[in-house]
Design a protein around this ligand. Sequence first.
Ligand SMILES: Nc1ncnc2c1ncn2[C@@H]1O[C@H](COP(=O)(O)OP(=O)(O)O)[C@@H](O)[C@H]1O
Ligand SMILES: Cc1ncc(COP(=O)(O)O)c(N)n1
Length: 252
Amino acid sequence: MENVLTIAGSDNLAGGGIQADLKTFEELDVFGVSALTSVVNVVPGEIHPHTLSSELLAEQLDATLSQLPIHFAKIGLIGSFSNLLVIIKKLMNTDIKLIVDPVLFFKEGTHHFQKLYADAMKSLLLPIAYLVTPNLEEAAYLSDTSKLETQSDIQQAAQKIQALGCPNVVIKFGSRFPGDTAYNYLLTESGDYWFDTPKLAVTTTDGAGCTFSAAITALLARDYSLVEAVRLATRFVYLGIQAGIPSQSTPR
Ligand SMILES: Nc1ncnc2c1ncn2[C@@H]1O[C@H](COP(=O)(O)OP(=O)(O)O)[C@@H](O)[C@H]1O
Ligand SMILES: Cc1ncc(COP(=O)(O)O)c(N)n1
């Protein structure tokens, strides 16, 4: 069984974050290991992140990478500029493929946006990543585009993000795009692909993005092609949302 690493935050409700990643890895038959960047409390309408020190993150990465062969790592909430630098330092000269879920904008609630760290993600992390999986707001930020309203806007944004140095880009426009269909758009160096499912009229989408990128990571580690991994991950997330349990504060 392949080992797969997630570098992410803890989500107290376990819809997203490291909990979602490890559960997804388990479900998809890879052995998940973790490096925790932060502890997040999701309270109604707000995200309260408590970021761990970069020394602690570095120690976790050293301990894991020195003991286990890892070929794929998923990066979720990083939490600070100094944590981002640690991740780059520890992973840049390895052959580990990095799947980056930017986690700059949460649908679970508002939180303080760190521009220094978001910009460093563009200039330092994406050039060493294999795949980046932004949601609609993150795609707008990373591509410096003010409005993503049509499918052609999404294609152009993906090209701009690819030009930052990351060969593969999937833009998720599930919850934030009007209409009855949830789309994922994949741009690779050899072609582009659309994946769609009906949009579910439910509120159980917390953690959908984390689960999506964790599923792609697990499937890549199991030797699926990128296109097949995105196709299966789209279906996996759809079934997960359908089976989701609403929290008491979520309107039904
Ligand atoms: N209402 C929905 N119905 C069906 N699928 C959805 C819905 N909302 C999100 N998804 C799926 O969840 C994934 C994550 O989308 P989204 O919620 O936009 O991103 P994030 O969780 O990163 O903010 C998408 O790829 C999409 O396939
Ligand atoms: C620690 C942490 N990281 C990320 C998310 C966002 O999850 P998503 O964008 O998948 O809804 C979350 N809720 N908690």
